[in-house]
Ligand binder design. Structure first.
Ligand code: AMP
Length: 545
C-alpha cells in the first residue's frame, strides 16, 4: 500500500521562542473538555487557531482531533496500553536542560514513534515515549497519553473542527467541508483556509489518486418512505453485499481505494485489468461495489470477500479462488470535469456512456411502490442485501449521510463498536469472547448490549489478538479497548434498560459480521437505536388490531 504523507511545510531554524508551546495546547484541550457547549467550543478553537504560525496549523488541528494522520494515511500510532505503562514506569531520566515542549516537537516525535517498525520496535517506541513524557508537565503528559492511546475524548470531532477552522478563517463551513472531502486531509485544509483564505480553499480541487470520502446513505424504513422523501419517483439500485471501492484511472495507471480510503490496488489485479480493458475513458473516478462470487454467480459472504481485500501475497491464487464481480454505481470525475455537483441522473447517464452494461448496478427508476417491491424481492432472491434509493436530482455529497440516498435493508441490523470484552470460560477459556457493544452519542460510546454469539473459533482468536492490541485498561474479567472495531449486529428486540446508561438494551444480540471496512465514526448512534426502538413499538401497536 502506498502511504501519502500529510502536507506539513518545513519549519525555520532557531526560532524556538516564537513557537507555540505544547502547554498552550494542553490548556486549550482542558478548556475544550470543560465545556459541553458546541458554540463555545468552536469559539475557543477559532481563537487558538488564529494565534498559530503557518507550520503549526496542521499539527495542532490533528493533535486536537486526536488522530495525527489523515484518514487515507496507512500509518497508525499503534502505541498500546502496555507501552504507555512501561514508559511511565522505570526510571525517569532527568533532562539537564528542560526545554519546554512545543506543538511541533510533539507532532514530530509522535510521527516518528508511529514510523518505528520491525524487530525491537516496542522497545524503541517505549523509550521514545518515555523521553517525551519526561519532558512533559502533568497536564501535558495526561493529554499526550490520551493522544497516544487514541482516547482524546474532549468532544471535538472533525465536524466541530471544520466549524472552528471556518470561524477562524472567516469562511463558510461548507467551503471547508468541501475541500476536506476532496483531499481527506484536515490539517492541510485548515492551513490553506487560514493562510490563503477563500481563494485558496476554492482552488482545492479533486486530485486523481487522492480518494474522496464516500457519500453515505440514510437508513429508510421502507420503499414507501423512500419514494415519498424523493418526491414520488426515485432510482432503486440493488444493494450489494460487498465492499465499496473507488477506482481512479489516468491512462494505464489504475488505483483502487477502499471505503476507508486505503489503497487496495495490489489485492485487486483483476479489477485493475477489467477497468483497463472495459472502461471507455482513460481519465476518471468511478465508484462501485466489489462482490465475491460463488457458484452460480451468487454472492459469497462478506468475510470471504474481506480475505481478498487483505491479501498481498499469492494474490494470483486468491484471484482464482475468490473471483470478484464489479457493480459500478457512480462516476465522480471524468476528463478534467468534476461531476459531484451534477445530479445523479446526469452522472448515471455519463456512467452508462463509458461502462458496459454488465458492469453497472441493476437499477429501476420508478414511482410505483408495487414495482419497487418486486424489484426488492428479486434483489433478495439473488442474495443481495436490499435496495438503495437514490434521488434523481441529488448531488454527490462526499462523507455526508443525507437524504439523497436511502438504504432499504429488510433485515434491520445495527453497526456497533466493541468497547470492552470479557474473558470466556468453558470452551471459550483464553478468548475474549463476550463483547460489550456500544453506540455513538456525541463524542461518547454508550453500551447497548453484550453478546458472545455469531463468531467462528477463528474469528474469536483474531478478535482476542486485535482487542489486546487496542487495550486501554483491564480488570481480571474484562478488557477495555479503544472504540475501533465495528461489528454488524442482529437482534431480536430493543428494550428499555435501567441497567445501561444508554437506556436501551438489545435482546438476543448476535454478531453478523465484523465490519473491517467501516470506521467507528460511521457506526450507528443512540438516536438511531431510539428510532428503531420506537418503530418496533409502532409496529407492535399496529399488530394488536
Ligand atoms: P451500509 O454499509 O449498510 O451503511 O450501506 C452503505 C453501503 O452499501 C455503501 O457504502 C456501499 O458499500 C454499499 N452498496 C451496495 N450497493 C450499493 C449501491 N448500489 N449504491 C451505493 N452503495 C451500495
Amino acid at each position: 500500500m502506498r502511504g501519502q504523507k500529510p502536507d506539513l511545510s518545513e519549519t525555520g531554524p532557531g526560532e524556538d521562542e516564537w513557537r507555540t508551546r505544547f502547554s498552550r495546547l494542553a490548556l486549550l484541550l482542558r478548556s475544550l473538555e470543560a465545556t459541553g457547549k458546541r458554540k463555545e467550543k468552536v469559539k475557543i478553537l477559532a481563537g487558538y487557531l488564529k494565534e498559530l504560525r503557518p507550520e503549526e496549523v496542521a499539527p495542532s488541528v490533528l493533535l486536537i482531533v486526536g488522530s495525527i494522520f489523515p484518514e487515507f494515511d496507512p500509518r497508525t500510532m499503534n502505541v498500546g496500553y502496555a507501552t504507555v505503562r512501561r514508559a511511565l514506569g522505570g526510571d525517569r531520566q532527568a533532562t539537564l536542560i528542560e526545554k519546554p515542549l512545543t506543538v511541533l516537537d510533539v507532532y514530530k516525535t509522535l510521527t516518528e514513534v508511529a514510523e518505528v517498525k520491525g524487530p525491537g520496535s516496542r522497545r524503541v517506541k517505549t523509550s521514545m515515549v518515555r523521553s517525551l513524557l519526561s519532558r512533559a508537565e502533568p497536564t501535558e503528559a495526561e493529554f499526550l497519553i490520551r493522544i497516544l492511546q487514541g482516547e482524546m475524548r474532549i468532544g471535538v470531532d472533525e465536524g466541530m473542527m471544520i466549524e472552528g477552522v471556518a470561524e477562524a478563517a472567516g469562511l463558510e463551513p461548507e467551503l471547508i467541508r468541501r475541500a476536506l472531502m476532496m483531499t481527506g486531509d484536515l490539517g492541510k485544509v485548515a492551513r490553506i483556509a487560514l493562510m490563503e483564505g477563500e481563494g485558496g480553499i476554492r482552488r482545492v480541487g479533486v486530485n486523481l489518486f487522492t480518494p474522496l470520502k464516500p457519500m453515505l446513505a440514510t437508513p429508510s424504513y421502507d420503499i414507501k418512505e423512500a419514494l415519498m422523501e424523493h418526491g414520488g419517483v426515485t432510482a432503486f439500485e440493488y444493494k450489494f453485499d460487498g465492499a465499496r471501492i473507488q477506482i481512479h484511472r489516468l491512462g494505464e495507471e489504475v488505483r483502487i481505494y477502499s471505503r476507508r480510503l486505503m489503497e487496495v490496488t495490489p489485492s485487486l489485479p483483476d479489477i485493475v485489468e477489467l477497468v483497463k480493458n472495459r472502461i471507455g475513458s482513460r481519465e476518471l473516478i468511478l465508484e462501485g461495489e466489489a462482490v465475491a462470487m460463488g457458484s452460480g454467480g451468487r454472492p459469497l459472504p462478506f468475510q470471504t470477500l474481506m480475505r481478498r481485500f487483505t491479501r498481498i501475497h499469492d494474490v494470483e491464487d486468491m484471484v482464482k479462488r475468490i473471483p470478484l464481480r464489479l457493480h459500478l454505481f457512480d462516476i465522480l470525475y471524468i476528463e478534467g470535469r468534476l461531476l459531484i455537483d451534477e445530479p445523479y441522473s446526469e452522472r448515471w447517464r455519463i456512467l452508462e456512456e463509458v461502462c458496459p452494461r454488465e458492469l453497472l448496478a441493476e437499477r429501476l427508476v420508478t414511482g410505483d411502490p408495487r414495482e419497487a417491491e418486486a424489484f426488492l424481492r428479486r434483489a433478495l432472491e439473488m442474495g443481495h442485501e436490499g435496495l438503495m434509493a437514490k434521488r434523481l436530482d441529488s448531488t454527490y455529497t462526499p462523507g455526508v449521510r443525507g437524504k439523497g440516498w436511502f438504504k432499504i435493508k429488510p433485515a434491520e441490523t445495527l453497526d456497533l463498536v466493541i468497547a470492552a470484552a470479557d474473558w470466556g470460560y468453558g470452551r471459550r477459556t483464553g478468548w475474549l469472547s463476550n463483547y460489550h457493544l456500544a453506540a455513538r452519542s456525541g463524542g461518547e460510546w454508550l453500551i447497548v448490549g453484550k453478546t458472545f454469539k455469531g463468531l467462528t473459533d477463528e474469528e474469536f482468536k483474531w478478535m482476542t489478538r486485535r482487542l489486546q492490541e487496542i487495550k486501554i485498561g483491564e480488570t481480571p474479567h474484562t478488557v477495555y479497548v479503544r472504540p475501533e472495531i465495528v461489528v454488524e449486529v442482529d437482534y431480536n428486540e430493543i428494550q428499555r434498560s435501567p441497567h445501561y446508561r444508554s437506556g436501551f438494551a438489545l435482546r438476543f444480540a448476535r454478531i453478523r459480521r465484523i465490519r473491517d471496512d467501516k470506521p467507528p465514526e460511521e457506526a450507528d448512534t443512540i438516536e438511531r437505536v431510539k428510532e428503531l426502538y420506537e418503530r418496533q413499538f409502532e409496529y407492535k401497536a399496529k399488530s394488536e388490531f
